[in-house]
Design a protein around this ligand. Structure first.
Ligand code: NAG
Length: 537
């Protein structure tokens, strides 16, 4: 059943002599790090996310379970069948395909309910429990207006916001308690944030999405009881908007293509390997019933899509956001290989370029986290290669982007709030909460905090300087405080969506895909761009 056409993470295998030497040297170090990280429990668990409303009522598309998954053993974390949503193309788009790997829904419950019932991620809580007042204000005042410097305090009301945050926090702590209580009774009614909300809020909750990998048995197990790890909890229908919209006015270049939204249920950007299930729990994998089948899911899914028309594609775009954006980069060259030679095939990663940098306290938060994800889920095919090295090479695009041969487009906010909250300024590295207000609203950042954030933008641009020379590549790096921007019509293509040099993201991506013109757009530093959607939590 192993399919020779698929070469998972192929660049990860291309070890030069020098790499191997580094790997060998690093293995020892990695063992130390791993040992250390096993005992360290205070790492960030990326997962939160952010929202914007889709404007007009978008199409809702039903869920399809992957047919051959059972006999291929391609399961979500909990053993359920993986799923996708398909909308057939029409007219001139009927032999073109756009695939979008969803980003993980906004809140991983595990992130909020830590073992000792402490608040793990205040910002997630503020998001999850924010009041109606904030919500209303956010709707009407999405767009920032910048008169002067970015450091002045905004419109006030932050005291109230904190009060609301405290109320929300208490409410969530209660939910955590109830959740544990119910687990104790083994009834386990699913307590998910979205379910807690009223219908109107629920819709908003559903569309707010974010990154997400699970790095421990515990966090993967708690994911099994959410749509992030099980199709049993996925909604029967989802909205298709932004890059998946079928409206010409909202999606000028791809509106009539075949469109597939790929549900993300493996917790490792579709890079997990079943062999690691044994490694993960020497105690009793079968009792745990955790499946690390990301790579298999990917292969089985691609086979199914090929069988229903993808194999005749003339043009195809693989895209994804956040963890899905990373999956897009990881699988891009394989996607190219399984399609006909004559087809035009390209990949678009939205907010999937996670930087390998130290956080404000000098800790390697994200590196340690990815290393744990790899160690848990991704068996390194060369057993001599450490998970430390693998995590670096397989999960940080800056390490492998130069090995990808298929043309790539990067949509990325230079002030990616997810990275700011989880990579640059994780709560653990800000024990006194001095970044709290700044992370809620970038306009609240003081001048020295802004300097730090500009520093991260600078690091991003530096890392991308080589990619910028890539003739087939494209980029749209805007200076907004936001995360995913391709799958919401408001940010993808509308009369007031973010622009650089008067182009929307959709227009830039179209220019690049159809070689209409060079599309490498880089914004000036925040707050220079008045067209930004900046998230206010
Ligand atoms: C599903 O499995 C059957 C039996 O192995 C195979 O003949 C068929 O081609 C598979 N279909 C897809 C879409 O992979």
């Amino acid at each position: 059943m192993a399919n020779q056409r698929f070469r998972p993470l192929i660049w990860c295998r291309k070890w030069s002599k020098r790499d191997q030497a580094i790997a060998a040297a690093a293995t020892g170090f990695a063992i130390f790090i791993i040992t250390f990280s096993v005992f360290s429990d205070s790492r960030t668990k990326p997962s939160t996310q952010q929202p914007l409303n889709p404007s007009s009522a978008p199409l809702r598309v039903p869920l399809t379970l992957l047919r051959n998954a059972t006999h291929r053993g391609a399961f979500c974390l909990d053993g359920s069948l993986p799923a996708y949503h398909l909308q057939k193309g029409f007219g001139s788009g009927s032999s073109n395909w756009v695939l979008h790997v969803e980003n993980a829904p906004m809140v991983d419950f595990h992130q909020i309910c830590s073992r000792d019932n402490r608040l793990v991620d205040r910002s997630a809580v503020v998001e999850g429990g924010r009041g109606e007042r904030q919500r209303r204000r956010r709707r009407s005042r999405r767009r920032t207006r910048h008169g002067g410097g970015g450091a002045d305090g905004g419109e006030g009301g932050s005291g109230l916001e904190e009060e609301e945050a405290v109320v929300a926090w208490r409410r969530l702590l209660r939910l955590c308690e109830e959740k544990r209580e119910s687990e104790r009774r083994e009834e386990a009614p699913e307590l998910r944030l979205c379910e807690e909300k009223r219908e109107s809020e629920r819709r908003e909750c559903e569309i707010e999405s974010g990154g997400g990998w699970c790095d421990t048995i515990e966090s993967c197990s708690s994911r099994k009881r959410t749509e992030l790890g099980s199709s049993r909890y996925m909604d029967g229908q989802v909205q298709f908007s932004g890059i998946l919209s079928q409206e010409l006015s909202q999606n000028p270049d791809f509106f009539n293509w075949n469109k597939v939204k790929i549900r993300y249920c493996d917790g490792a950007s579709f890079a997990g390997h079943p062999e690691s299930e044994f490694k993960a729990s020497p105690v009793d994998v079968f009792q745990l019933e955790l499946f690390f089948r990301g790579q298999l899911i990917w292969e089985t899914l691609m086979d199914e899509l090929l069988s229903i028309g993808l194999s005749n594609a003339r043009q195809a775009l693989l895209s994804g956001c956040s963890a899905g954006g990373l999956a897009t980069l990881i699988h891009c060259d394989n996607f190219r290989k399984i399609l006909p030679k004559y087809a035009t095939v390209k990949c678009l990663a939205d907010a999937g370029f996670f930087l390998n940098v130290k956080d404000v306290a000098g800790h390697r938060t994200i590196e340690t986290f990815y290393q744990d994800v790899v160690h848990l889920q991704v068996v390194t095919w060369l057993y001599s290669v450490s998970s430390y090295i693998s995590s670096i090479f397989c999960f940080f695009p800056q390490e492998f982007i130069k090995n990808i041969k298929t043309p790539i487009f990067l949509v990325h906010p230079a002030y990616d709030f997810w990275q700011i909250k989880h990579i640059f300024v994780p709560d653990e590295s800000d024990p006194h909460g001095s970044w709290f207000k700044c992370k809620l609203n970038i306009d609240n950042c003081n001048p020295s905090q802004m300097e730090v954030l500009h520093g991260y933008r600078h690091s991003l641009l530096k890392v991308l300087s080589e990619f910028q020379q890539n003739k087939e590549g494209g980029m749209f790096i805007n200076s907004c405080y936001v995360h995913c921007q391709t799958w919401m019509t408001e940010t993808w293509h509308s009369s007031n969506s973010p622009r650089i040099n008067s182009k929307t993201i959709a227009e830039s991506v179209g220019d690049w895909f159809f070689n209409r013109q060079v599309a490498k757009q880089i914004d000036c530093p925040y707050p220079c761009n008045p067209t930004c959607y900046n998230i206010v939590w």
